[in-house]
Ligand binder design. Structure first.
Ligand SMILES: NC(=O)c1ccc[n+]([C@@H]2O[C@H](COP(=O)([O-])OP(=O)(O)OC[C@H]3O[C@@H](n4cnc5c(N)ncnc54)[C@H](OP(=O)(O)O)[C@@H]3O)[C@@H](O)[C@H]2O)c1
Length: 321
């Protein structure tokens, strides 16, 4: 495993972070048992992954809590989240603190390394900054959380409006941002700012459905060519991203997607979500593989560099996180 410093938190984290949500939810989302999910987290820890990203909304905090019983608490970086509905007024602060306490209980720990507000829309940012963050900072002073973070609502905020404000604000030490081969706009909209302010970055949506299910990629390409945002041949080609697959390049599209995300300057940790032990092994290998060849990266930038908001499927077809 390779480790990096997560921005100004100073935390040493693995470049591959286990995403405990997404469609797989460690396998719970695809019919696996709790015991299998716990084993999957332990497999990740054994392979050197030390950052685990969960959330109250994922229903996997208990699994993470069980899995980390076998390792020293300071050997893992636990990130969790609370989703606070908009328009709660002052009550939003209480909801967030209750959320933190409940997460600590489910995780079986007395602190989390990173507590994130989950899927904050641009319209909800003021509540997050003015009402919720000050209340959480009081909990931080009590030692219940080490760092505050915020995650964007990728599908509803594809231009990263919320994060652009959050990064400059000083309240959030870490942000979670969507970036992938067909949604590259964080390169200009977010990473220069996070680097300037030394805010840590966790990357989501590196693969999601679009680079793990060929039919989702084909559907996206049909839509984009119909809207004339991409050349027609991409929708007609039997293997539209086949140019990435060659001896010096990637051996499959999922591998290409993780390698693309991992080596983007400004990315600290790439979160990967899976419920499958074989995928877990191969995804870590992909994240530790060298960058895609320069020619392939240039082709990806030329073809897809102007796209925005592609392949950001929210879970279960709803737009909450
Ligand atoms: N707003 C937010 O806060 C937010 C939103 C989205 C995501 N996140 C975080 O980001 C994490 C990562 O997102 P994600 O879970 O969507 O992960 P992802 O790594 O982008 O995509 C995972 C999907 O691809 C499949 N997959 C993974 N490896 C594969 C392989 N080698 N071959 C074929 N299919 C493969 C998985 O299914 P299998 O189970 O079959 O492997 C799963 O359906 C989440 O778990 C969560 O922690 C946060």
């Amino acid at each position: 495993m390779e480790y990096v410093t997560l921005g100004r938190t100073g935390l040493k984290v693995s470049v591959a972070g286990l995403g405990c949500g997404g469609f797989s939810r460690l396998g719970l989302g695809t019919g696996k048992s709790t015991a299998e999910a716990v084993a999957l987290v332990r497999q990740a820890l054994d392979l050197g992954v030390n950052l685990l990203d969960t959330a109250a909304a994922y229903g996997t905090e208990g699994v993470v809590g069980e899995a980390i019983k076998s390792v020293p608490r300071d050997g893992v970086v636990i990130a969790t989240k609370a989703w606070i509905p908009r328009g709660e007024g002052r009550r939003a602060a209480e909801r967030a603190v209750e959320g933190l306490d409940n997460s600590l209980r489910r995780l079986g720990t007395d602190y989390v390394d990173l507590f994130q507000l989950h899927g904050v829309a641009p319209e909800a940012y003021e509540q997050a900054r003015e009402v919720i963050a000050p209340a959480l900072m009081k909990e931080q002073a009590k030692g219940k959380l080490r760092h505050l973070g915020v995650t964007e609502t990728a599908s509803d905020d594809p231009e990263h409006e919320m994060l652009q404000r959050a990064v400059e604000d000083g309240a959030w030490d870490v942000v979670m941002v969507a970036f992938h081969m067909m949604h590259q706009n964080a390169r200009e909209a977010v990473f220069p700012l996070t680097r300037q302010y030394r805010v840590g970055t966790l990357l989501m949506f590196a693969v999601r459905n679009i680079f793990s299910r060929p039919e989702r990629l084909a559907a996206a390409l049909r839509e984009l060519t119909a809207r004339r945002e991409l050349p027609r041949w991409l929708a007609d080609a039997p293997n539209p991203l086949g140019f990435l697959l060659h001896e010096a390049g990637a051996s499959n599209i999922t591998e290409a997607a993780y390698r693309f995300a991992r080596h983007e300057p400004g990315v600290d940790v790439v979160l990967f979500g899976t419920g499958d032990p074989d995928h877990l092994r191969t995804n870590i290998a992909s994240l530790l593989a060298p960058p895609l060849p320069l020619a392939d990266r240039l082709t990806l930038a030329k073809l897809f560099g102007r796209l925005s908001g592609v392949g950001l499927d929210p879970p279960w077809g709803v737009s909450s996180p």
